[in-house]
Design a protein around this ligand. Structure first.
Ligand code: GAR
Length: 187
């Protein structure tokens, strides 16, 4: 049985698309949720035949858990078993992370444990790194620190900028994420 999977996004959703289009036998994307109603990825998901839901975080103000309870209810109503974060730019509270422990995955644009958080490409350049890449990992309460499920690496080239690195890392992400996610779904 394919694992019923939801993807949480905040923006354009290119990793979401890669996960949907990979047509894996181990998981099936049945729902996409965005915390931003204007996220491009919502329309893209619908065009790809996947239910897409906006749950705006703004009306919840500082009550992160109330927002997450709403997301959690949407996931449970659809019998979701696995959750993939794909450019989801909200920090999750221990409430949500614990509820989905071991079944909540993220992709991060650096070779963790290097550069958790933001501006990963600029930080890799500033450090003079010869290699850069991306990481798929389980989500835990500590940011970008959960068990690593897989990494993809590439050389940093002379003349690289944060933008050129971001573009090449993104290509790696699109191959790495469906592959690692399917491995987890098969467990
Ligand atoms: C990706 O590069 C992803 O690794 C990164 O945001 C981008 C989303 O692109 N995620 C993070 O930085 C998470 N902290 P996408 O919306 O086209 O998939």
């Amino acid at each position: 049985m394919k694992k019923r999977t939801a993807i949480l996004i905040s923006g354009r959703g290119s990793n979401m698309r890669a996960l949907i289009e990979a047509k894996q036998d181990a998981y099936e994307i049945v729902l996409v949720v965005s915390n931003r109603p204007d996220a491009e990825g919502l329309e893209l998901a619908r065009a790809l035949g996947v239910e897409a839901l906006a749950i705006d975080h703004k009306p919840f103000g500082k009550d992160r858990e109330a927002f997450e309870r709403e997301v959690d209810a949407a996931l449970r109503a659809r019998g979701i078993e696995l959750v993939a974060l794909a450019g989801f730019m909200r920090l999750l509270t221990p409430y949500f992370v614990r509820r989905w422990q071991g079944r909540l995955v993220n992709i991060h644009p650096s070779l963790l444990p290097k550069y958790p958080g933001t501006d990963t490409h600029a930080r890799a350049l500033a450090a003079g790194d010869a290699e850069h890449g991306c990481t798929v990992h389980l989500v835990t309460e500590e940011i970008d620190a959960g068990q690593i499920l897989g990494q993809a690496r590439m050389d940093v080239l002379p003349g690289d900028t944060p933008q050129t690195l971001a573009a090449r890392v993104l290509e790696l992400e699109h191959e790495l994420y469906p592959r690692c996610f399917a491995e987890l779904a098969r467990r």
